[in-house]
Ligand binder design. Sequence first.
Ligand SMILES: [Zn+2]
Length: 161
Amino acid sequence: MSLRPRSPIVRDDDSADSASLSLPRARTLFARALRLRCPACGGGPILLSWFTVAPSCPSCGLHLDRDEPGYWIGSYTINLFLTEGFFALVFGAGVWITWPGVPWTGLAILCGALAILTPILVFPHTKLLYLAIDLTFRPLERSDLVTPHEPGIHESGIKRP
Ligand SMILES: [Zn+2]
C-alpha cells in the first residue's frame, strides 16, 4: 500500500519508486492561476483570505510557496509591474484623449486612486501567476508535495471565522 498522496499530477508507473511528476501546459497553468485555482491541478480553494495563500493545495498537496523563504518576492515584482503599467496606460490615455485641455487635477486623483487600488485588486492573482511562472520553468519535485494528504477547508468541514 502506497502512503503517497493521491494527486492528479503524480503518475504511477509500474513500480512505486518510479512515479513521475507531470504538469499541464503553461497556458493551462496560467489560466488556472488567473481563476485563483491551484496552477498544478486546478483544485482549491487555495486562498485563506484575499491576502493569504494556503500553505499547500488541498487537492494535490503542492507546497504553494515551494518551501522557500521569501518565495513571494517574485509575485510582488509582478504586482508592481502591473500597477505601474496600468498607471502609465491610464495616465497616457487620459492625456491623449483630453489634449490640449488636460484636467491635471482630476487625472492625478484618478491615477492616485488606481495606484492604491490596483495592487490590492490583483494581489492574489499575482501570487498565483508567479507560482505558474515558477512551475513553468522549474520542474516539479517530489519534495514539493505534502505527505500525507492535507485536507482542504471544504473536505475537513472546518468553517472559516
Ligand atoms: Zn493542486
